[in-house]
Write a protein that binds this ligand. Structure first.
Ligand code: NDP
Length: 474
């Protein structure tokens, strides 16, 4: 069959691998399993089950634990770990006794208002609908392309409602109720994922759905690629309109809380909040590009993505600004300016590399990259229906330095917004460490997925661009 062109707007994935046992990769003995992201989730099925079970048990504890360490234990993760190790059960019980109730009226009011505004504004802000790339079954999902307006309006509404505007609440309101909010969100998101699991099985929104023989795994990775409820795309809602917007607003609330407590905003907080806010604004500028990434094209709407964006992001991703609230550290104008400058620079590099790939694919490799005609590899792959297709792989610009170079500025920006506040605490760096592990793993997973999709053409790209993330190092 002849190969057909496949540019950015039409970059389809090879298949939705989580579907069934028949989706084992052809690696000889068939023992390697891939999920729908092309993720190697376990060499044999029982490891997949145990790994999923482990994550389902451990991850719901982390958000509230993190809150407890920050707000009840002076943000000292090392000390808490020491107490847990020395006192065992008694140390753990001290935490368990203070776990906030998920049934808290104010927490649910805040979550309800946020969700109501997110859903309402997504629909009400006039915009074009953006058509995403075709799925393995040829389906093209549509999205509301009003990210920047939405993001700015949500942030403006939060500030406008606080003491700096209408005075309906104190800006530090999220900080004041964060434990109860995280407890409530954990429960809400679990129920939401359960509903998505059932929906994917009983009335999926597109043909990109299905199950394996492992219900727990299906709950974790999802049963549907593009669920839609009453006209709202679920992943656009959970990932961007809820998770990432909450992240920005929580940071603003933490800065307000520090101001309410100490009468000023410290250098460390300023750096942390400014950089995260710029990073998130950048995300919404690029939001339509996000609809062509792994999260959207390959990850189904399950616990991994949806719970992660609704609970893990508000907790772990905001942790350095959260920690800064009660640690008003001053580092002086020169260091503050340097952190802000470097952080903004890394955010720009990350944005520019994402944008470079997006423009390259959208123009079928015609657009200049760093002032020159780009080097590229025409890679072929076979779709689920057996059709032969082509994708273009960029081997110039940022994408010529390393195959996942864009992860490096992402990590460095996160290091900058956990500013060099102190070396006596680990917690401000928790997100940076977590992100480094996540992106290292992601680089390997994406390489594995692309190698299985493009075969020898990916090997050609690897030969041309031998480094995975850091040129000359890794
Ligand atoms: P992307 O999905 O953007 O990129 C990987 C995909 O791009 C590959 O699967 C392949 O897809 C295509 N591709 C790979 N190499 C090339 C090439 N040389 N030329 C053209 N296309 C190529 O990656 P991510 O989703 O991981 O990252 C997107 C952004 O999100 C980044 O800025 C990243 O830093 C950020 N991110 C942030 C995280 C966080 O928690 N803060 C977590 C993960 C990402 P195809 O099948 O189309 O060929």
């Amino acid at each position: 069959m002849a190969a057909t062109p496949d540019t950015a707007a039409t970059s389809a994935s090879t298949r939705d691998d989580a579907r069934s046992d028949k989706d084992k990769t052809a690696d000889g003995d068939g023992s390697m399993w891939l999920n729908n992201t092309g993720v190697c989730v376990g060499l044999i099925p029982y490891r997949r089950t145990l790994g999923t079970l482990f994550l389902l048990i451990v991850t719901p504890i982390v958000p509230v634990l993190l809150w407890w360490v920050i707000q009840r234990q002076d943000g000292d993760l090392a000390r808490v770990a020491g107490v847990f190790a020395a006192e065992g059960g008694r140390g753990v019980m001290a935490f368990v006794r203070e776990v906030p109730s998920p049934v808290d009226v104010r927490a649910w009011q805040i979550i309800g208002c946020f969700i109501g505004l997110a859903l309402g504004l997504t629909r009400l802000i006039p915009c074009k609908m953006y058509k995403g790339p075709p799925s393995p079954t040829g389906y093209r999902n549509t999205y509301h392309a009003n990210g920047v307006e939405y993001f700015l309006l949500m942030n403006a509404l939060f500030v406008g409602g606080s003491q700096f505007g209408l005075g309906l609440y104190n800006g530090g309101i999220l900080y004041d109720h964060y434990g109860e909010i995280l407890s409530a969100l954990t429960v809400f998101a679990l129920l939401f994922c359960l509903m998505l699991y059932v929906k994917g099985i009983t009335f999926p929104s597109s043909k990109d759905s299905g199950t394996t023989d492992n219900p727990m795994f299906d709950f974790f990775y999802g049963t549907e690629l593009y669920p839609n409820i009453l006209g709202w795309d679920v992943k656009q809602f959970t990932n961007d309109r809820f998770g990432l917007t909450w992240w920005a607003i929580a940071c603003l609330s933490f800065a307000c809380k520090q101001y309410e407590t100490f009468g000023y905003v410290s250098d460390a907080m300023l750096i942390s909040v400014c950089l995260q806010w710029i990073y998130l604004l950048k995300f919404f500028v690029w939001e339509t590009g996000y609809f062509c990434t792994m999260d959207i094209q390959h990850d189904r709407a399950g616990y991994y993505i949806c719970w992660g964006c609704m609970v893990w992001v508000p907790s772990v991703y905001t942790s350095s600004a959260h920690w800064c609230v009660m640690h008003p550290i001053t580092i002086g104008i020169p260091l503050t300016a340097m952190c802000l400058f470097l952080g903004a620079f890394f955010i720009w590099v990350n944005y520019d590399s994402d944008r470079q790939r997006q423009v390259f694919r959208a123009t079928s490799g015609e657009a200049m990259v760093w002032g020159r005609k780009p080097q590229m590899i025409v890679a072929t792959y076979r779709t689920e229906a057996g059709e032969l297709k082509q994708s273009l792989l960029l081997a110039s610009g940022w994408w010529g330095l390393a195959r996942h170079f864009h992860y490096l500025p992402e990590i460095l920006a996160a290091l900058m917004w956990a500013p060099p506040v102190t070396l006596s605490y680990i917690l401000p760096y928790f997100y940076t460490v977590y992100l480094t592990i996540l992106l290292l793993d992601r680089a390997y997973r994406d390489d594995a997925r692309c190698a299985s999709k493009y075969g020898k053409d990916w090997a050609k790209y690897q030969e041309k661009v031998p480094y995975r993330i850091v040129p000359f190092v890794l």
